[in-house]
Each structure stands twice: as C-alpha cells, then as structure tokens.
Design a protein around this ligand. Structure first.
Ligand code: GLA
Ligand code: ZN
Length: 683
C-alpha cells in the first residue's frame, strides 16, 4: 500500500477516560466528520495509569489506544506527568514546590512539581518508561509529549533540593568563588561569599526588591532564572530519555507557551525534536502578538516547521472575560499558524469537560455532544480544507530576510532592573517593532542572539540590554557587510552577568552605533516628547529618553521639548557597506512604522502586500513550490494586486500576476506558485 501524502495534522487533546464509554464510538465517527487525524492522549492520566505506588493499570488506556489504532488515527502520546496523583504528594511531600514566599505547597493543581525533587524524578521517569515500553513500537504513535506546559501554573521552586542544586549549578558555571563574587558584584552591600554553601535562592525571604519581578542583586536573580530553566529541562530530559529507550526514534517534544517569561525557551530548544506550542491569544485584537509568538516558536528549531499543539476551537475559560472566536476567526488563526510555519493545528480539546476546572473552556464538541453547532461546523469545514490540501505545504520553510533578536536574558534583565523605568515591558516593545515590520509586509524570523546573521539583510534588536560573548563583533561584521541594524534605548549596556562595562554608554555597542548616551531620563507614561524628523509631524515618544551625543552617527531626529530639545533622539551610523540605526526613546506604533519604512527601504525590502490595513502576508517555501498566505484580520474588505502567477488553493482559481485579489474580513488566500526567492529577494 502506498502511504498517503503528508498533510497538515489536525485534531487535538483527547481524554475519553473522562467520559462514559458510550460516547467513544460517537467520537470515532465524529473524528472522521471533522477531518481529525491526530490525537494527543494521556496528558493528565497519571492517577489512571498508576492508581497506587506499587500498581500500574493500563486496562482502560489500552482500550483507548487500541480503538484509535483500529480507527487509523495517529497519536501524540504523553508521558502523563502534567499533573500528579494525590498519593504521590502524600507519600513524598517534596514533590510539591516551595513558592517565592517560602511556602511549601500542599497537594493540588498541576504543572507545579519541584524540578529537583528526587521523588518526583524517580516516579515520573518510571511512569514514562512504562508507557514507552508498552506503546513505543506502535506505528501510529507519531510523537511523544513530555509533561505539559512546564512552569505554567507553578513557576520556580525555592526548596532545599533546589537550593542545593543551585549551588552545584553555580560551581559548574563559575568554578571559583572569586568568579561568582565578581559576576554578582558581591562587594556591594557586603555580599562577598566565602563558601558556596552560603548561597540561597533569591526569594521573598532573601534576595529581592518589591516582589519576584524586581530584585536587589540582579546577577543572582538572572542566574536563578537560568538555573530554573535548566532544572526544568533536566526534569523533561529524564522523561525524554526514558521514552527514547523504547520509542524507536519517534520525535519528542513538550508544549511551550510562546511569549512566556519564566523559562528561556532558547536554552530548551536543543532538547526538542520539534517545537510545539499552545496558542491562547489574550484577546481578539492580538494577531500581531500571535504572529510574533509563532515566529519565536519557529525560531527555536532554526526555522523548521513547528506544531500548534493546542488552541481553543471557540473560547478559553482562564481569563476574567472569555469572548468566543467570531465566525471565521478560528479558521483565520489556524491558517495564520500554518502561514508562519506550523505543520499541525491541534485543539484543546475534543470534548468539553464536565466539571472540576475548565468546564466552560471551549471544545470541538460541547456538553451536548452535537455536531450541528457553529463550532463543530467550522472545525469540520477547516478539516475538509486541510484534507483537500494533502501533499501541499508540509515541510515548507518560512525563512525571511529580517531577523528580530529575541533574548530572555535581556527580557529578564530589563524587567527586573532597578531603574530607569519599571514601565518598560520587553514584549510590548518587541511587539511594536514586530508589528511595524509585519504591517510593512516584511516577513520576520524571530531568533536567538547566537544565530548566524549572515543570511539576513536587516537585524532588529529591541531592548538588547544584555550583550553576550562575541555578539558586538558579529553585529559589526553584519553591518560592515551591508546589513542594516536597528536597535535602541537600553541596548548594549551590560555583559552576561548584567554588569555594566566601565565605558561610555551604550557600552558594548557604542562604536558600532556611533553615539554616546550622556543621560537617561525616564518619565511617567503620559509625559510625552516629540521627535522632529524630515517631512512630517514629529514622532511621538515616551517612557525613556536617552540624551545622546552623535559620535560619527548622522542625526535623523531630535527631541522637540525638555532640556534636551534639539539634541539627537534618532541616529544612523554608516559603517562599511551598511548602517546601524539607534532609537534613543520609546516610539509609538506610528513612529516605529516610520523608522521601519526607512530601514527596509535602505535594505531594498518591499512587499506588494504591505500597508494594507489588517492584511498579513507571509510566505513559505519548498523545493517544488512557494506558498503565499494572505490573511485578512481587518474589518473592512480589501483588494490587493497579485505579484505572481499561481493557483489559489482554497478556491481552485488561477491567479495571474497583476490580477486583483479581494479579501473580505477573516478571509484567507493561499497561492501556490513556482518556487520563488525568499521575500522578493533579488538573487
Ligand atoms: C493549556 C493546557 C490544557 C488546558 C488549556 C486550556 O494549554 O495545556 O491542559 O488547560 O490550556 O486552558
Ligand atoms: Zn524545589
């Protein structure tokens, strides 16, 4: 038998153990009606599979697995450690975490184990191993899902196991106490450590300053966050390795959460066989935030396709107010994921939960189990659409000419920093620059700072507050060779220990940017300044105002008020064949768009689909075809002129370069064409 061509996977979390068996048969029929081919099972089944310390019971789970295999469905098999059974916490109180305030948690919730608890590790690994032994060679198990949303409801742990593990981690990182004391600038406030055993985790009862977000000793907290990420990675890896002993090379992942501050996903990425994430936008107007998160998740594995492991078909339950996705929006956002590189679109969950938590979280089937609901109809329609595109899109890469550097160390450092302003929020700033690029029609790769920049024409690096290793040299090389760098206030100021160099600000980037920061002013959000630029009204700026002296850079914009009126706020430094732009203050969306337009123009990047309100255009490429995705998030119909010949895959119509494509709100157009260079690149 020849295998069917691959398609975008479609389905989601399936937890039949929570429903009477009478509905299982209905489920199977409805899977087919919905076009569902892939189901994630077992995420929260620890108590089912191991009802007591010395007893495993696979009877019910075997039947679920057998039923799915017989029905020809692919399975993403979880290690069942997303939540713990009560007996485990009772027998081993150290599996529950100690929070920032030093309180040992009692049993309850999920995703909240201590990552360094030996009891948790032992039991979780044993369970993962049992599951893998049993189903590891099943053909229809297509991927493994370790744990669930690490750090999600818990966050860091501050227990004695973690304190001990932190000291070991520090010994490995620094080797000597001298290095540790230097990295933490410990002489300040007499913090000089004379023994690693003196170190305690920075928490509410030790090293802190106004809660977990700010800190007295920034280097210590930065290290604790790195350590927490590494601890959770170790917890994940222990299960992954247990799975790999039996799983015949099937890929292993865990579901990430996009723009999630507590864990540095770039540290985690090497340990994922593919990236996957759960997409729950906070509101209906955040398509650019979602696009940014997709691009960040794609960047975890160097641009390889990723999976949307979860999204709601209709509504979330976790927020204060939970609006339903309007007609067409679930489809639009699913295609947005595919446009940004997803090869799977999965839902949480198949059937709506009856009680406990998340009773009102949306599902493909609601409590009635009916298939004549709007949600089911939309799910089934998308399922049919994806099935009809079998053989298309999967494996295609979304590689772009613009890189946006995203850095958890800088995120942490900026937001924990004692000055200049607690109003500066990393993701808000990154998002504004990203949205400006997106609105201009530029595709963006959101990548870690150690990415090879050689393939890019533009690098955007907002709030690059912590600068590690050879990054300044690599940025300079990038610019010299003709690249355009766009960065701004607070960049270049600290080394990887979050210590400032004894040099002019912006420290590590001063020469490249050709400016010196003389002072850094911060004002309440409502106190704005203007930036005078050629040929238009002044740009609007707020929050942080660096007072600059141009030292080689050309002045593009100047402040319009305050004692620094008339001094540079926006500069461009020509270096080699390229240029380095510096924005010394926080611009609003309009200001970012103005700057981005100039930088893209210098780099020769333009899109025929830029500047259309609400329209998002993204490309993916394979050796045999290119795919252009046009997604209309706006509320008014728009028309664009096609820039290529091709086939509009969703309605089967031929597209000619120069012909008009009309999009109503929530419309999606996918044009397949001959392979094309990336984002209009001239080769
Ligand atoms: C997360 C979890 C799921 C569920 C959904 C919906 O993504 O992984 O178990 O809680 O959110 O809230
Ligand atoms: Zn702990």
């Amino acid at each position: 038998m020849t295998r069917p061509a691959p398609k975008i996977r479609y389905g989601g979390d399936y937890n039949p153990e929570q429903w009477p068996e009478e509905v299982w048969e209905e489920d199977l029929a409805l899977f087919d009606r919905a076009g569902v081919d892939t189901l994630t099972v077992g995420v929260f089944d620890w108590a089912l599979l191991q009802p007591a310390p010395d007893r495993y019971d696979f009877e019910r789970f075997d039947r679920i697995m057998g039923m799915l295999r017989d029905a020809g469905k692919d399975v993403v098999l979880a290690t069942a450690t997303g939540a713990q059974p009560p007996w485990l916490a009772r027998a081993h109180p150290d599996v529950t975490r100690v929070d920032f305030h030093g309180r040992r948690h009692l049993y309850g919730q999920r995703h909240n184990h201590c990552p360094n608890s030996p009891s948790f590790r032992r039991h979780a690994v044993a369970l993962a191993e049992r599951i893998a032994q049993r189903y590891g060679d099943w053909d229809n198990v297509v991927a493994w899902h370790v744990g669930n949303e690490y750090g999600g409801e818990g966050g860091a742990c501050y227990c004695e196991h973690c304190a001990a593990a932190f000291r070991v981690w520090l010994r490995e990182r620094y080797g000597t106490l001298e290095r540790l004391n230097e990295a933490w600038n410990a002489t300040f406030w007499s913090h000089t450590y004379t023994d690693f055993e003196e170190v305690v985790p920075p928490s509410a009862i030790s090293e802190h300053w106004n809660g977990p977000d700010h800190t007295a000793f920034q280097g210590t907290t930065l290290d604790y966050r790195r350590f927490t990420t590494d601890s959770m990675i170790a917890s994940y890896l222990a299960e992954k390795e247990a799975v790999e002993r039996y799983s015949s090379g099937k890929p292993v992942t865990t579901n990430m959460m996009g723009l999630f501050r507590p864990l540095d996903y770039h540290r985690w990425a090497p340990h994922l066989d593919f990236a996957s994430w759960d997409n729950y936008p906070p509101d209906a107007r955040s398509q650019d935030r979602v696009a940014l998160a997709h691009d960040l998740m794609r960047g975890l594995k160097g641009g390889e396709p990723f999976w949307v492991m979860e999204q709601t078909p209709s509504v979330t339950a976790s927020r204060g107010v939970n609006p339903v996705k309007r007609p067409g929006v679930m489809r639009l956002w699913s295609w947005q994921a595919v446009a940004h590189g997803a090869d799977a679109v999965l839902f949480f969950q198949w059937r709506q939960n009856r009680g406990a938590s998340e009773k009102y979280h949306g599902a493909v089937l609601d409590h009635s189990g009916r298939d004549d609901t709007r949600v089911f109809r939309e799910v089934a329609a998308l399922g049919a659409e994806l099935e009809a595109l079998r053989g298309e899109i999967t494996g295609a890469r979304a590689d772009h000419r613009v890189a946006l550097l995203f850095d958890w160390d800088s995120w942490w450092a900026v937001e924990m920093s004692d000055g200049p302003s607690r109003l500066v929020k990393y993701v808000d700033v990154v998002r504004r620059w990203y949205a400006a690029l997106q609105a201009a029609g530029a595709g963006v790769d959101v990548v870690p700072v150690d990415t090879d920049l050689a393939g890019y024409d533009v690098v955007v690096a907002p709030l690059l507050h912590v600068v590690e290793g050879d990054l300044p040299a690599r940025l300079e090389e990038f610019v010299r060779r003709g690249g355009r760098l766009l960065t701004g206030y607070l960049a270049g100021r600290n080394d990887e220990d979050d210590n400032a160099p004894l040099a002019d600000v912006p420290g590590f980037l001063a020469d490249l940017l050709g400016v010196r920061v003389l002072e850094t002013d911060a004002l309440p959000a409502e106190e704005r300044n203007g930036i005078a630029v050629d040929g238009r009204e002044p740009l609007d700026s707020s929050l942080v105002f660096e007072v600059l002296q141009a030292r080689g850079a050309e002045v593009v914009g100047t402040y319009t008020s305050d004692f620094y009126a008339g001094t540079p706020a926006l500069t461009r430094h020509a270096v080699g064949d390229g240029s380095a732009w510096y924005v010394a203050t926080d611009l609003d969306a309009d200001g970012c768009a103005w700057v981005v337009a100039r930088v893209l123009a210098e780099a020769g990047i333009s899109s025929p689909y830029g500047g259309v309100p609400g329209l998002e255009a993204v490309e993916r490429h394979r050796d045999d075809a290119s795919y252009l995705f046009l997604l209309h998030h706006g509320s008014e119909p728009v028309e664009v002129v096609a820039d290529r010949d091709g086939l509009s895959l969703l309605d089967g119509r031929a597209v000619r370069a120069g012909s008009v494509l009309a999009l109503a709100p929530a419309d999606v157009v996918v044009v397949r064409s001959e392979p094309r260079p990336r984002d209009g690149e001239v080769r």
